[in-house]
Design a protein around this ligand. Structure first.
Ligand SMILES: [Fe+2]
Length: 200
C-alpha cells in the first residue's frame, strides 16, 4: 500500500457523496466527532474500518486509498493492444493484451518493440484454402533463427514455435487474423498487418 487513507481524501469523498459527517458516522457506528478527527488529520480510521468506509462511500478499498473512483475504460481486453515479451534467458514468450509487469528468469521484461520487415527478414504470406501459409525468408541455424511466428486475431492469437535447423514456416487458420509477428533471436520482433483474405 503506497499510502493510507488521508483526512482530506475522506472529506473529499464524503462531500462528493453528499453525506454529512453525522450520516457517515452512523453508517460506520462511530461518532461524528471521530469523522471530524479523521478529516482534520487528528487520527486515522482503524484498518478494520477501511472496508466499511469504502462501502459507505460506494467505492472499492483500492479507490478509497487512491482517493478517487477508478473507471476502467477497458475491462475487456483489447487485441489491438497486444504486447509481446520475450525472455532473453530461456526464450519464454508471453503475450499480454494490455500493460503488464512481466518478469521471467528473475528479470523484468520490457515489451518487445516490433519493427516492419527489413530486407533480411522478409515474410511471404499466401492464402491457401482456409489457411494462411507463412514463410519467413531467414536462416534457421542454431545461432541465428526465427523462434516463433504469431498470428493476432480479432478475438485471440495463435503462436507457432519454430526450431533451429527446422523450417521458418507456419500455417494459421485464416479467420480474423489482423497481424503477424515473427521473432528473430538476434534481430528482434517484426510485424506485418494483414488485410482479410489477402496475402503479402
Ligand atoms: Fe535475423
Amino acid at each position: 500500500m503506497d499510502q493510507y487513507v488521508t483526512g482530506s481524501i475522506i472529506k473529499k469523498l464524503r462531500e462528493r457523496s453528499t453525506m454529512t459527517q453525522l450520516q457517515l458516522a452512523e453508517l460506520l457506528n462511530v461518532s461524528d466527532k471521530t469523522i471530524s478527527k479523521w478529516e482534520t488529520g487528528r487520527g486515522y480510521p482503524d484498518i478494520a474500518l477501511l472496508e466499511p468506509l469504502a462501502r459507505a462511500l460506494q467505492l472499492s478499498v483500492t479507490e478509497l486509498l487512491a482517493g478517487e473512483s477508478i473507471s476502467n475504460t477497458n475491462r475487456c481486453f483489447n487485441m489491438k493492444r497486444v504486447k509481446l515479451y520475450v525472455c532473453p534467458i530461456c526464450g519464454n514468450v508471453i503475450l499480454s493484451t494490455g500493460e503488464a509487469a512481466i518478469s521471467c528468469c528473475g528479470i523484468m521484461l520490457p515489451p518487445v518493440e516490433a519493427e516492419p520487415p527489413d530486407s533480411v527478414h522478409t515474410i511471404h504470406v499466401e492464402p491457401m484454402e482456409d489457411e494462411y501459409y507463412v514463410a519467413v525468408n531467414h536462416s534457421m541455424d542454431k545461432k541465428h533463427y526465427i523462434s516463433f511466428v504469431a498470428a493476432v486475431k480479432e478475438d485471440g492469437y495463435e503462436l507457432k514455435k519454430l526450431y533451429p535447423e527446422g523450417v521458418a514456416e507456419a500455417r494459421f487458420k485464416r479467420s480474423n487474423i489482423r497481424k503477424l509477428y515473427y521473432y528473430c533471436n538476434q534481430h528482434g520482433l517484426f510485424q506485418v498487418p494483414l488485410t482479410a483474405g489477402k496475402g503479402l
